[in-house]
Write a protein that binds this ligand. Sequence first.
Ligand code: RAM
Length: 854
Amino acid sequence: MRLERLRTLHRTDPVGIDRTPEFSWNIVSALHNTMQTSYRLTVDDGERVVWDSGIVHSDQQSFIEYGGSPLRSRTPYRWSVRVEDNHNGIATASAGFETAFLDDDWVGRWVESTIPRPQAEGDWGHGTQPPAVEFLRRFEIRDGFRRARLYATALGAYRPSLNGARIDDRELAPEFSVYRSRLYYQTYDVTTQLRAGDNELSVYVGDGWYLCPATRPLSHELRTMPAILFQLEVHYEDGSVETIASDGTETCRTGPVRSSDLYWGERYDETAPFGDPQPVEVIHLGYGNLVAQPIDPIRPVELLPARTVDTSPDGDVIVDFGQIIAGRVRVRIDAPAGTEVTLEHFEVRTVDGGYFNSTYAGQKDVYVSDGTPREYEPLFTFHGFRYVRVSGLPVVRAEAFTAVLLTTPKERTGFFECSDAGLNRLHENVLWSQRNNMMSIPTDCPTREKAGFTGDIQLYTPAAFVNEDVTSFLTAWLQNLAAEQRDHGVVPMTVPFTTPYERLSLTMSEQYGAEGVTGIAGWSDAAVIVPWEMYRATGNTMVLREAFASMSSWCDTIIATARDERGSCDLPEELDRHLWNTGFHFGEWLIPSQQQKNGDFETTKESAAYVAPFFGYRSIRLLADIAGILGLDDERDRYAAHAEVMRDAIQRVFMTGDELPTKLMGGYVLAFAFDLVPAERWQAYAARFVELIEANDGLLDTGFLATPYLLDVLVRIGRADLAIDLLWERRQPSWLYQVDMGATAIWENWDAIAPDGTPGVSSFDHYAFGCIDDWICREVAGIRAGVPGYKHSVIAPRTDTRLTWCSRSLLTEFGELAVRWTQDELEVVVPCNTTATVHWRGERHEVGSGSHRF
Ligand code: RAM
């Protein structure tokens, strides 16, 4: 038996944390039926043990919270665990973490550029922002140091260098967050880059999210100048510590980055020298909003060489990378001084060989050469693209171009492969959209909006977990969500909430007779559903506890809105007051038969009529369950009672006849999925739902909010055959239609490309409809969590004759759970410390850990 995958706060050896750590490990053993019987965890700082859990007779091996004496600021720790199992096996292993600032440790002062900077106009800007600013600071240090850490952050996106070399390869720090209350600072190990004597620290600051017009924060305290804060701490052999901190003695200047914008792109001019150093100004921002970066930093995680170069009918030179990614292009340029090279990024080609983008902003990077051959990659922007139109270069060779995928690195947890190339590609597309849209926060698309839409991640969380470990990533995002909740707990449509979306929310509220920013069904409910799905995927009760205040304040808003706002005057008041049926909602969003025309929201209304009350009920019902799990019995009873009256009101308003008052499939899907259908209507509604699909030529007609439950509901009403047919459907709208049309990521809209190849107006890289990947994992491969977190799993493949074999693995909190089946045989690998029920060919087997063949 041995221990693997030791994680602290679900990260590997994190440096610079300011939260109480939790610990996890996996057990691997050659013996079957291995269960952990006890563990003992110790934490030490190199000199003394600060926590000894003692022997704990428990099978818990994840989310074990630190319980020792207070941790010290800026200190490296080791933790060790000793595990015993039921076969008398004993194993030990250790890992590390290092704290950042836990006390009032900041002495550095915020310093701001004094170089005049005109303000961009409009919500989205025009890509004409002023140059990036480099801050410089010289300092001297003594010989004999053994450890040095730089703590730093900025308003804007920054790239630090020491003595002319980049400190590491992280990108676009500080990441996108609710800066007003959660601005992340970074911790860098600079021990090997410092030298005794003279040193120079450079911090080059582009616009990033903070200064970009489309993403700048709402706060009226918003600053409009690039600014930095840093503190370098040098620990000497003799035990002394020297601190060099930003203090106003820095200088600043502009250089080759002439303009940078996350949407429009960057202009980099090698012929523009760095200007004369200008003074900086000390500003008083305080340290109250500073948080040690809680997730792994954005990095270049994959490089894709260009596949081909060709010329479009219009004579444009197009480089194809073969895959839609989020990131940017790295290109070797050898051109005469003054040559201006333009890179314009596109997602798809049109039938006539042109190219197309779903974004309004240019996605255009410009490089001006000084005649020296160099490799260029933009510093302060990223794009969503597969193709790049190149102009300004006399010769374009594919070998000179590489696409760089930028994302928050996460541990891959899932692998899927089967005998069908279409399903394999579909899975790949899901994974790509996931990686392309998880750069510091979960976003809708990396092209048009790059925004933290709450609805998209709400519905996608289960699928996210079957592909990557998103625990630390989503925990951090939920903290941002809580920080963004307004006075009454309202969760906005995006987190972070930014100026353009605040404006949109206010406009929509006004049109729908509401006031201020109001909650949106299925979007704001992310506050409850995301933590709930995190718990289901990993057994994580910490996140439920931590998010409880945020969830309950959101649910209280639903209850109050239903009570105080009169929805329909046709309804008796005693029913209306339990229905969330006012304000603006996106409805299911992007139902094929209800497509929006000219950006109006008329078509969202029909589905909004059921989406709002149903999701309102759903959130409150889940909150009651969550309170129960946390042992909060009063809250459980209170919210359960609210849920009960809401369900009753929904049934009395929507479910009195033999069909729902809508012809949309999603109404049925959500009614079944949320257990709203009264027993006496079950048969009729199931029949009606199937009729709707049949009347639609066997095709689905659901949008964002209902699609995740569509196939499950069919299985539940006894029509698994229809669910499987929808999965295998190749006509539009369907998942495999996208694949057949050459998609390399998941489309935002079912009709993103018409059968004749004409692209529509939507994005080609939205993970939302990728929610199917979770269903494939559970139903086709047959891996299901028997209890939240897979302590017990249920393996029940749906062997479909359209597949000759299927193989799926899932790295659970306990380790790898794997299934491989052919038409004749099933192989299952069950992780240590768990059990499984296997259903195969009409038989049921109870098994323990290890590999099994049936
Ligand atoms: C679109 C976004 C997102 C969706 C909202 C309602 O513009 O791309 O996917 O959540 O609108």
